[in-house]
Design a binder for this molecule. Structure first.
Ligand code: DAT
Ligand code: MG
Length: 230
């Protein structure tokens, strides 16, 4: 058996998923994506755990011999772990000229940038995005802040990207954020903490669907993919 290069991540599970019916704003709902992901993974029968499969046409495999096999559980595990997260440079980050610095942290880590735009957020969208905080006393100030100037919206993809991005971002209160994190290095106050990151894979999908329209996300493969994941 020869399997020299199996690209990790899921540019293809995503395009598979995005091939389905789209919601108003062009993205599948969390439930739709999870359901499709489950269907996709359950299509692997145990008897084909070590085989060639038409489902794997999208997987790039270079072989020395004519017959190719890959070990499917390994591939399934790597697809299962791929997540998407919504990262946003808040208006203070844009005004302070920190956009490049913040994008760079995620780029250097090796995540895949799928969507990027400068955007003036309307009040209704800010309220929907932060709806879980509606009862908080700081909610009106938070909405004013997020809508006070352009933000930079980003969709990032990768294995474990949600938790990793939260680590890169640091604690909500920048004074408690560790040095080396974005907030720890670049901010001093909770109400001006320069960047947002989704707090769960489900919210990652929800927020990307909220902030990006159909056609604004790009499916592509990183040239460096095989240097990031074995
Ligand atoms: P995070 O952005 O770290 O996920 P969160 O979801 O609890 O934090 O809150 C969202 C944003 O609301 C946060 O980035 C800044 C603002 N915020 C949270 N707690 C606050 C507080 N006690 N006073 C003022 N703003 C606050
Ligand atoms: Mg949050």
């Amino acid at each position: 058996m020869e399997a020299l290069a199996v690209y990790g991540g899921s540019p293809n599970i995503s395009s598979h998923l995005h091939g389905g019916r789209l919601e108003r704003n062009g993205s599948l709902s969390c439930a739709q994506k999870l359901s499709l992901r489950t269907q996709y993974l359950s299509s692997f029968h145990p008897s084909s755990l070590l085989s060639c499969s038409p489902l794997l046409n999208h997987v790039k495999i270079r072989t020395k011999k004519s017959k190719t096999h890959i070990f499917l559980p390994h591939l399934v595990a790597s697809m299962e772990d791929v997540e998407e997260t919504y990262i946003m440079v808040k208006p203070d980050g844009v005004q302070r000229g920190l956009v490049g610095e913040i994008i760079s942290r995620f780029e250097k880590k090796g995540f895949l940038l799928k969507g990027l735009k400068l955007f003036q957020c309307p009040k209704e969208l800010a309220e929907e995005h932060y709806k879980d905080l509606k009862a908080k006393s700081f909610f009106p100030k938070l909405i004013n802040y997020i809508t006070s100037g352009p933000v930079v919206c980003m969709a990032w993809e990768g294995v474990g990207v949600v938790a990793s991005a939260r680590k890169l971002i640091g604690a909500t209160n920048p004074l408690q954020a560790e040095p080396g994190t974005i907030r720890g290095d670049l901010a001093v106050q909770t109400g001006r903490n320069v960047v947002h990151g989704s707090d769960s894979p489900e919210n990652g999908m929800r927020e990307i669907a909220l902030w990006f329209k159909e056609g604004e996300l790009c499916q592509w493969k990183q040239a460096q993919a095989s240097w990031l994941r074995e």
